[in-house]
Design a protein around this ligand. Structure first.
Ligand code: ZN
Length: 404
């Protein structure tokens, strides 16, 4: 078997007949250097947690896994299959290592499920047993400038970093701010990257001027290119190169805790105790002569109402049924957000810019309302009574209620 395994590693034509003999055992042929070469189908025996594990060696997002088995020589990918179907599969590239073991970091988006390895002409192993994957720990607060954990090459500058929050909302009044200070060494080049934890992609890069000993700041408005960035974890990573190319980094590529934050796309609009009422409060329930076009959220009169998503005010007025209401065109969403039965007329006027989370009024029972509640609607583009359609906002509200 040892000789066979060696043959799989190096596509040498002279070993082809030996290789073909082994093909019946579950391999395949691949053309390489003019001859048929056996490529062994990889096989996973065991998956264990190596570093960054949860308690009792359990696996979590960001952990480093050790996968043992055989036929790994040409393996260059690991797929985390997650729960259902292929939609949540995440493949990570790994460096081919030994024939019997490899290590792979668990990507941030990975969910509990089986794992398989791929390589050598697309041969995929059978799936492993289900690996329970716990969520990553929350981002580490780093609101004060503090020395970085590295890595840092000899002679490279020293770095301190700070990130002003661990939770951020798209369209909020304040951008996420990353601060840093460089000291020692001879800094020549500074790069700040905003990294998406889910897949390690760099969403934005800044190349600020080198400034030693002064605190520098970089701000991010939540956009990836021109579009709102997807919900999820992001982090700032600082790299400084010295005069002779010596490098200092704020954190390793696998560190998704430092200078990290969760980006959310909406806030829950009712800032106080609340409930979603009974079936009659739901979208689509019967009303006299029409169906209910939104979701009611019950809360005491006077509870603060916040804009679920910032944007521009389209309408702010009074209507006999809706009472005091306001409609906001959500920036970057194409969706209109309507809030009704406000306690008093909102201070906002049509055309005003609103930030995500900004106060728009208070829960009330103005207009035709049975008890204090927010009547909340969402309309598809092009908008509220302007060619769009109302859709059920309940799933969105439930999700936002979970984090804000
Ligand atoms: Zn209603």
């Amino acid at each position: 078997m040892h000789a066979l395994r060696t043959a799989t590693a190096f596509p040498v034509a002279g070993l082809a007949c030996l290789a073909l003999a082994g093909a019946a055992a579950g391999g395949s042929e691949a053309l390489a250097q003019g001859g048929a070469v056996y490529v062994q189908q990889p096989e996973i025996a065991k998956v264990s947690c190596l570093r960054g594990c949860a308690a009792r060696k359990r696996v979590r997002q960001g952990s480093l896994l050790r996968i043992t088995g055989k036929g790994f020589t040409a393996v260059d990918g690991v797929t985390f299959h997650g729960g259902s179907g292929a939609a949540d599969d995440i493949e990570v590239k790994v460096r081919p290592g030994s024939a019997r073991r490899l290590s792979a970091a668990v990507p941030f988006g990975a969910a509990t499920g089986a794992i398989s390895v791929t390589g050598g002409g697309g041969l995929e192993s059978a799936r492993s047993r289900v690996v329970a994957i716990l969520p990553a720990p929350p981002p580490e607060p780093n609101a004060q400038l503090s020395p970085v954990p590295g890595p840092r090459q000899r002679g490279a500058p020293r770095l301190e970093t700070q990130t002003d929050r661990t939770r951020a909302f798209f369209g909020a009044r304040h951008a996420v701010t990353f601060s840093y200070r460089i000291s020692g060494g001879t800094p020549k080049r500074v790069t700040v990257e905003l990294v998406r934890a889910r897949d390690g992609a760099v969403v934005r890069t800044w190349a600020p001027d080198v400034a030693k000993s002064r605190v520098q700041k970089v701000r991010w408005n939540g956009k990836a290119g021109k579009r709102p960035a997807a919900r999820g974890r992001y982090l700032f990573r600082l790299t400084v190169a010295g005069a002779d190319g010596e490098i200092a980094r704020s954190a390793t590529a696998r560190d998704f805790g430092r200078d990290a934050f969760e980006l959310y796309d909406h806030v829950f609009p009712v800032h106080g105790p609340h409930n979603f009422g009974s079936a009659g409060a739901r979208f689509g329930s019967a009303r006299a002569g029409h169906s209910h076009q939104g979701q009611d959220v019950f809360a005491p009169c006077g509870v603060r109402l916040a804009a679920a998503r910032g944007g521009r005010v389209k309408f702010a007025a009074y209507h006999a049924a809706a009472g005091n209401y306001v409609v906001i065109d959500g920036a970057g969403t194409g969706t209109d957000y309507a809030y009704m039965h406000l306690q008093r007329p909102t201070a906002l006027r049509a055309g005003d810019r609103v930030f995500t989370g900004q106060t728009i009024g208070a829960v009330g029972d103005s207009g035709n309302a049975q008890g204090c509640h927010l009547h909340y609607e969402m309309w598809s583009a092009p908008g509220w009574y302007d060619g769009g359609q109302p859709f059920d906002p309940y799933p969105s509200l439930r999700a936002w209620d979970g984090w804000s």
